[in-house]
Design a binder for this molecule. Structure first.
Ligand code: TPP
Length: 362
């Protein structure tokens, strides 16, 4: 097991070594997330989306900056505030929208909705509604990657799993059990706490110990840790990349707090009475999208015209996604019986032949 270390902020600006195209793509990815979320809120108000729905506006730099720091084949998993991670990972907004609309062309055939964005092709393993539930599953993903590498295929893909969780999940047993086993087994998984200050209406200071120094939670498990400003995508990438590289090289876990803010309510039904307008405004003034656009314009020869064209293009893409999702059929009633168990058991037919337990008469 590694000895505990809270990593000092990385000083090297690794992002500047990346092609300008990559840095522009980060802006486009963040704009796409924001636009999709704005349209999601409208669609929800127009009753095209039902159930729980959690908006990621304000936190875009976290998903985009961290996902840029890993390989496209590294598994990722998150909680229910998941549209941003899915898009940053490469999910087509059409499939994301169709899922929220409950349509058959959604990423989970419309059966999961907003909280359950799954995309195996892009190594995105959800979208989980139970607070902290993704933490032990991430452990399983990391174990599976390591086991495949070392035992089954005798190769070294050295995959690193990213597991996102909210600050509220820090108080769940599942998080602590997963952290303990990650340390005991030395699994390459990074627990990323997106600290947006609130778990529903409860501020972090009221809900958890050591709120001012969350990395202390990692110390208890002998795990390396870091605390990162999440309102700047370049900073998120610069700080995350060395941590990812360490975990990959040494096959070990880490814990990262990324400080961020959700501009909107916890879910679509939250009037945000537990915080002030001034506080919200203070964070909106540090907007990660505006910050990155200004950086590209100042440093990377990106013009206002380029920016406007990008915004237009993103709007067009999201409009098309909504149209496409609306045209997708509602799943047939028979779909209620599919995808309940793994294929091994065959589709559920309601008879004993398809039962996992066999025929109870015999
Ligand atoms: C085990 C469990 N307890 C309670 C809930 C109800 N609940 C849903 S979201 C939430 C708050 C979680 O906040 P946080 O982890 O900070 O994530 P954020 O919503 O800020 O992204 C709670 C208590 C739940 N879904 N699961």
């Amino acid at each position: 097991m590694t000895t505990m270390t809270t990593r000092p902020a990385a000083l090297e600006n690794l992002a500047t070594k990346l092609p300008d195209e990559t840095l522009r793509k980060w802006l486009r990815d963040m704009l796409l997330i924001r636009e999709l979320e704005v349209r999601t809120m409208q669609a929800y108000q127009n009753k095209l989306i039902g159930g729980f729905c959690h908006i990621y506006i304000g936190q875009e730099a976290v998903a985009v900056g961290t996902i840029a720091a890993v390989k496209p084949t590294d598994p990722i998993i998150t909680a229910y505030r998941d549209h941003g991670h899915a898009l940053a990972r490469g999910m087509d907004p059409k499939h994301c929208m169709a899922e929220m609309f409950g349509r058959i062309d959604g990423c989970a055939k419309g059966k999961g909705g907003s909280m359950h964005m799954f995309d195996k092709a892009h190594h995105m393993y959800g979208g989980h509604g139970i607070v902290g539930a993704q933490c032990p599953i991430a452990l399983g993903l990391a174990f599976s990657v390591k086991y495949h590498d070392e035992v089954i295929e005798e190769k070294t893909s050295n995959g690193v799993t990213l597991c996102y969780l909210g600050d509220g999940a820090l108080n769940q047993g599942s998080f602590h059990e997963a952290m303990n086993l990650a340390g005991v087994f030395n699994l390459p998984v990074i627990y990323i706490c997106e600290n947006n200050g609130y778990a529903m209406g409860t501020s972090i200071a009221r809900g958890t110990t050591m709120a001012h120094q969350l990395t202390a939670k990692a110390d208890a498990y002998g795990m390396a840790s870091a605390s990162i400003d999440g309102m700047d995508v370049v900073n998120v990438y610069n700080q995350m990349k060395p941590i990812v590289d360490d975990c990959r090289k040494n096959s070990c876990p880490a814990f990262v707090e990324i400080r961020t803010y959700r501009y909107k309510g916890h879910s679509m039904s939250d009037p945000r009475k537990y915080r002030t307008k001034e506080e919200e405004q203070q964070y909106e003034e540090q907007d990660p999208i505006e910050k990155h656009a200004a950086f590209l314009i100042k440093e990377k020869g990106f013009s206002e015209a380029d920016h406007d064209a990008m915004v237009k293009d993103v709007r067009k893409q999201v409009r098309a996604a909504i149209k496409w999702a609306e045209a997708s059929p509602i799943p047939d009633i028979s779909e209620l019986y599919t995808d309940v168990y793994a294929d091994k058991w065959g589709p559920y037919t309601g008879t004993s032949e398809s039962s996992m337990l066999g025929d109870p008469e015999k």
